[in-house]
Design a protein around this ligand. Structure first.
Ligand code: SAM
Length: 275
């Protein structure tokens, strides 16, 4: 019997591939990938040239059987997805389940995962969290799911497409209340950004500018968690106003978002500072 390796790949920054992942991919008899063209580029970047086969949501039954046959023949197979850890909001679960049932050894090769990466730098208490993956596309179903998660005690971690971010934040405000959230955008990439604040403030931000790229959303539980303490309102306002790069309105907007304080209080302080 061969071994099935579940190999995590980077979520943006190619330096995040592990030495072990590179060795396993170099040694694999077969690499099963969600999108073979995308993964070919990754493998080529690292000078790896192994036979590739596709394994994605719509061919997983047929391809799962094929891969299991190869494993039974004694071949080693590395499963990768477009980014991050296979099986985490990505294909792989059925293959792992069937391999385990067939007595095939399954070995995880850990690495990047957007949910864990977002949590690690969120500044939120990470001792208890629930991974909720993608919410349903349809608003009714999305709100239903959020309602079901309303009483969860830990941080809720969601994946979302930038297209639906604003609609999702609005539904969250409606169903969960004005909670503290962290939107982690473009993790490990050039435009990596953490947006911290209450849902109402982030909605305002998302209405004012298009938030592009990949996003993960972390929502604090109903009994609020304090966001990490950064510079205070006065210090931030002074910094933005004195930089000359922001109008009073924009400075207020930024500071409201960064501190999670009510906009009216920030505005009053900005007027005071302006004299
Ligand atoms: N298996 C992957 C993992 O381990 O994180 C997740 C794959 S899922 C199909 C893709 C979603 O993960 C994106 O829509 C986004 O919500 C999140 N994601 C992936 N890469 C990200 C990044 N660089 N920054 C923020 N979120 C990311």
């Amino acid at each position: 019997m061969g071994t099935l390796y579940i190999v995590a790949t980077p979520i943006g920054n190619l330096e995040d591939i592990t030495l072990r992942a590179l060795r396993i991919l170099k040694e694999a008899d077969l690499v099963a990938a969600e999108d073979t063209r995308h993964s070919r580029k990754l493998l080529t970047h690292f000078g790896i040239s192994r036979p590739l086969t596709s394994y994605f949501d719509h061919n997983k039954d047929l391809k799962g059987d094929y891969i299991l046959d190869k494993l039974r023949e004694g071949l080693s197979v590395a499963l990768i997805t477009d980014a991050g850890t296979p099986c985490i909001s990505d294909p792989g679960y059925q293959l792992v389940r069937d391999a385990v049932a067939a007595g095939i050894t399954v070995v995880p090769i850990p690495g990047a995962c957007a949910a864990i990466t977002a949590l690690s730098a969120s500044g939120l208490p990470t001792d208890f969290f629930s991974f909720a993956g993608f919410l349903p596309n349809k608003q009714g179903k999305r709100r239903e799911r959020l309602q079901a998660l309303c009483a969860e005690k830990g941080i809720l971690v969601f994946y979302e497409s930038p297209k639906r971010l604003l609609a999702t934040l609005r539904d969250m405000l409606e169903t969960l209340g004005d909670r503290e959230v962290v939107v982690a955008r473009e993790l490990t990439k050039l435009y990596e950004e953490f947006l911290r604040g209450r849902l109402s403030a982030l909605i305002e931000e998302a209405e004012g500018r298009e938030i592009r790229g990949e996003v993960a959303i972390l929502v604090t539980p109903a009994e609020q968690t304090e966001l990490p303490e950064g510079p205070g309102m006065e210090e931030l306002l002074t910094r933005y106003l004195e930089s000359g790069e922001f109008s009073l309105k924009d400075a207020v907007k930024r500071v409201t978002l960064e501190t999670g304080l009510p906009k009216s209080a920030v505005y009053a302080e900005a007027l005071r500072l302006k004299g």
